[in-house]
Design a binder for this molecule. Sequence first.
Ligand code: HEC
Length: 136
Amino acid sequence: MTGSPPSISSGLDPAVLPNPSRRGLITALVLLAATACAILALVLLSASRRDPYTQAVLSQPGSAQDGGRLFRLNCAGCHGLAAQGLVGPNLHGVDRRKSDRQLIQQVVSGRTPPMPRFQPDPQAMADLLAFLHSLP
Ligand code: HEC
């Protein structure tokens, strides 16, 4: 940029601030930005922790047997009767790739078509989770 500097100093104007304090200012800004990011991450994390549906699912033990029944009715058409994969992927060991929260999101969000959005009640979702955990 050429021409005369703006009449209102931005605070970062090298003509106004000597170098050491400029560096201090930049450090302070970087620290401020990092703190803001950390706070945002914490807020988002605790929001997902507080999500009442996920909490309800995770707070009760599921039955892998009931989950298996739900799976054969709702999921086997795409994932195969033995969850070996068909239209949808093989689900054996999926609990090592995805956390419980991610698995719940996968089932209820409908974010990965053609897999539809399911709305199981918390007990049914806990059963499905138990079933997914039972797959070797
Ligand atoms: C209409 C077909 C269809 C149905 C029905 C379906 N899925 Fe899926 N599912 C998919 C497809 C396709 C994907 C891959 C999505 C992607 O990641 O692009 C998938 C992905 C998944 C994943 C993640 C797999 C991984 O490797 O990350 C899980 C877990 C899953 N499905 C569970 C279920 C459960 C439980 C049900 C029943 C409640 C179900 N699905 C019903 C098609 C289906």
